[in-house]
Design a protein around this ligand. Structure first.
Ligand code: PNS
Length: 186
């Protein structure tokens, strides 16, 4: 039977529980789902592309039909390159609809055979966005329950200088103890 591949394009800066909810739903209806991170040199991201790839790979490892990739240029060209017949996008609230409709129709104009499929994340994530997670994180608020624990830890490491200092001290202590063991052996 004909295999259906979909791409799920986005910035994922950082990945949220809403993204993961959608990935899980998408993995159930498509044979293959490619989470495609846009490499956008114009933006000043919080997480660089490699960090986002690493986080998403770790977070989607349990789905055998999901893989993570990056792309440049038009979404429709990337979809063509990987043989995808659908673009998966999430719609949270009515406010998303206009932008998503514009994008879907523009993509249809560019490549009519590519279908955009909208799915709704669980309603508990309907107010959640990467932008708000970044903002709350930067201002010291808790993002517990909004992003996976792995992302929470990475956010803390990025944003909290005290956390970085603690990490640095722990690394320093580890390297000191290695040196002292080496001295004892010599
Ligand atoms: O997570 P985001 O930032 O809402 O994702 C937006 C994304 C990456 C899907 C959109 O910006 C995009 O498709 N960019 C690639 C360039 C492109 O194809 N532009 C025309 C789309 S109408």
């Amino acid at each position: 039977m004909h295999k259906t591949t979909a791409i799920y394009p986005g910035s994922f800066d950082p990945p949220t529980n809403g993204h993961l909810d959608l990935i899980e739903r998408g993995s159930k209806i498509f044979d293959e789902l490619i989470v495609a991170i846009l490499r956008n040199p114009d933006k000043d991201p919080l997480f660089n592309v490699s960090e986002r790839v690493a986080m998403l790979e770790a977070l989607t490892g349990q789905y055998s039909n999901v893989r993570v990739d990056t792309f440049d240029g038009l979404t429709v060209d990337y979809a063509d390159k990987v043989g995808a017949s659908s673009v998966l996008r999430g719609i949270r609230a009515l406010s998303d609809y206009e932008y998503e409709l514009q994008m879907a129709l523009m993509n249809r104009k560019l490549r009519p055979e590519l279908e955009t499929v909208f799915m709704m994340p669980a309603e508990k994530y309907s107010y959640l966005s990467s932008r708000l997670v970044r903002e709350v994180g930067k201002l010291g608020g808790s993002v517990k329950g909004l992003v996976p624990e792995l992302v929470e830890q990475h956010l803390r490491g990025k944003l909290d200088p005290a956390f970085k200092l603690e990490e640095f001290r722990a690394q320093d202590a580890r390297s000191e103890s290695r040196k002292s063991r080496a001295r004892k052996k010599a």
